[in-house]
Design a protein around this ligand. Structure first.
Ligand SMILES: *[C@@H]1O[C@H](CO)[C@@H](O)[C@H](O)[C@H]1NC(C)=O
Ligand SMILES: *[C@@H]1O[C@H](CO)[C@@H](O)[C@H](O)[C@H]1NC(C)=O
Ligand SMILES: *[C@@H]1O[C@H](CO)[C@@H](O)[C@H](O)[C@H]1NC(C)=O
Ligand SMILES: *[C@@H]1O[C@H](CO)[C@@H](O)[C@H](O)[C@H]1NC(C)=O
Ligand SMILES: *[C@@H]1O[C@H](CO)[C@@H](O)[C@H](O)[C@H]1NC(C)=O
Ligand SMILES: *[C@@H]1O[C@H](CO)[C@@H](O)[C@H](O)[C@H]1NC(C)=O
Ligand SMILES: [Fe+2]
Length: 449
């Protein structure tokens, strides 16, 4: 009897499956999705104290609402509304989606909020975030990396857990997403944004564009992210703790077909932003100036990338354009940029303080104590389908530490004089394989001498 019961129990699903198969043409795509269901939820910091921006996607037009409240308080006590923009991908199918943006304001610094987003036609899962502490004495912690894809995203699991454990106040993704967001009529972009929701819905996910975003003039990148400023997330700056963080597009040096004027616009904006950040009253409270851009000025990988050449476009500019285009090294040096974060090379490399291809250690014993030039970190090994890159066996004297392990970087801006960086290896189960303290009693151009 027992076996008989088991048998007939087993037959049920089998018969059901046959019944389904006979209707196969109707069912191969499964049940149609709910086009009004919010997905791909992610946060960014608009740059105004007490604010947070929630961005998400639906495939049909709906209202854009975030319902939120303090952790431990009444759920969804408050409502904020925003709007949606229609994004039509440029692939063959011309897929349409609505990108919703809602800015929360008046948040209490350092308080944790619980939220969901959507409309009465569909709500997301419930997430939480901590409003950024806007004190200049606050010591923010970051995870940062570039070159993270849908396939082989080696660092993602550890980043998910650490982010959900509140180890980071913000994440910096230094270009190259998904590989590539536009592929399969932008379904690869959708899938990437779904995959990173597990981190990006909990802390501000701050980005800059990389070469893998270039298709259709960076339209997937420009439409899906919501960075501060009015440049469609291409270049912008923001402040956290004692740091002024500048995000830029190195791609303006390479994709001239999208407009040489973008290169000059960005350069002019960078100059103005750096000038403002260097006003004595500003630099006094936010002494650290940190830049992030996708393609490095220097690297010792064995590919033929821009950073392997002495005449790197990013570093030295281009003289084959009219007018000729200035590079970024002199600009950043002149305005006393402290730390420059890069990716693109699928490796990790730390440089001794460097300017003009020469090393300017603080001292031989303590190269990062009062360094006489900016400190460069290249961290593009978060994991993607292109695997990791290789190093050239004879690096120049500015190369201090190199690793081909998958991984990412942690940065802690401790106070006005101390900044800590460490490299996590995913190949070695989260082991910290490199770390430095950058210590500066003085910041700005005059600190180089
Ligand atoms: C809802 O979205 C789907 C997928 O983009 C589309 O096929 C359908 O026409 C849309 N319906 C409405 C009412 O907009
Ligand atoms: C923000 O950080 C500062 C410096 O650590 C701290 O003194 C202050 O209490 C924090 N603010 C809040 C609201 O927790
Ligand atoms: C590419 O996009 C940028 C940013 O929106 C825009 O300024 C530029 O004109 C576009 N280039 C072309 C060729 O459409
Ligand atoms: C232009 O730049 C290239 C390297 O990118 C360099 O070899 C060449 O000498 C430069 N030409 C002039 C006229 O400066
Ligand atoms: C910079 O400092 C490091 C670490 O002490 C040392 O190995 C290297 O030779 C120094 N480089 C120069 C050019 O002084
Ligand atoms: C800054 O932080 C470092 C490292 O924790 C500490 O040794 C130093 O005393 C701090 N400086 C100030 C001014 O608080
Ligand atoms: Fe890249």
């Amino acid at each position: 009897m027992l076996t008989g019961a088991k048998f007939s129990f087993k037959m049920g699903p089998v018969r059901a499956a046959w019944a389904l198969l006979s209707l196969a043409p109707l069912f191969v795509l499964g049940v149609p999705p709910i086009w009004t269901q919010p997905e791909q939820v992610h946060l960014s910091y608009p740059g105004e104290p007490g604010s947070m921006l929630v961005t998400w996607t639906t495939f049909n037009k709906t209202e854009s609402k975030v319902e939120y409240g303090l952790l431990g308080g009444r759920l969804f006590e408050m409502t904020a509304t925003g709007d949606a923009t229609l994004f039509v991908d440029s692939g063959e199918e011309k897929r349409k989606m609505f990108i919703h943006r809602v800015t929360l304001t008046g948040l209490k610094a350092a308080s944790t909020y619980v939220y969901h987003c959507g409309s009465n036609d569909g709500w997301s899962d419930v997430f939480f975030f901590t409003a950024l502490n806007d004190s200049t004495r606050f010591s923010p912690r970051f995870a940062l990396y570039g070159d993270l894809g849908n396939e082989n995203p080696q660092s993602l699991a550890r980043l998910q857990k650490e982010t959900q454990l509140s180890m980071y106040d913000a994440i910096l993704h230094i270009g190259d997403f998904a590989y590539d967001m536009h592929e399969d009529n932008a379904r690869i972009g959708d899938e990437f944004m779904r995959q990173v929701e597990s981190i990006a819905a909990y802390v501000p996910y701050m980005t800059c564009p990389g070469n893998h975003e270039a298709t259709y003039n960076f339209s997937n990148y420009r439409n899906r992210f919501s960075m501060p400023g009015k440049t469609e997330s291409l270049w912008y700056s923001w402040n956290l703790g004692s740091a002024h963080i500048i995000s830029l597009s190195t791609e303006v040096y390479f994709y001239l077909q999208f407009g040489l004027e973008l290169l000059f616009k960005q350069y002019e904006w960078l100059r103005k932003d750096l000038e403002e950040a260097n006003k004595p009253e500003n630099r006094a409270v936010r002494p650290w100036i940190i830049t992030m851009g996708h393609r490095p000025m220097y690297c010792s990988d064995d590919d033929q990338d821009d950073c392997t050449t002495f005449d790197s476009y990013v570093r030295r500019g281009r003289n084959d354009t009219k007018p000729t285009a200035p590079g970024l090294e002199d600009l950043f040096y002149r305005y006393g940029v402290d730390v420059e974060l890069w990716a693109h090379e699928h490796t990790y490399e730390r440089l001794w303080p460097v300017y003009g291809d020469k090393v300017f250690n603080g001292s031989k014993e303590q190269p990062y104590v009062n360094p006489k030039a900016p400190v460069h970190i290249i961290t593009g090994s978060a994991g993607c389908r292109e695997k990791t890159d290789r190093f050239n066996p004879n690096p120049k004297e500015w190369s201090a530490f190199r690793s081909t392990d998958y991984g990412y970087t942690r940065m802690h801006v401790v106070n006005s004089t101390h900044l800590y960086l460490e490299q996590v290896s995913d190949d070695q189960y989260g082991k910290v394989i490199d770390s430095i303290w950058v210590v500066k009693e003085k910041h700005g151009y005059s600190s180089w001498f």
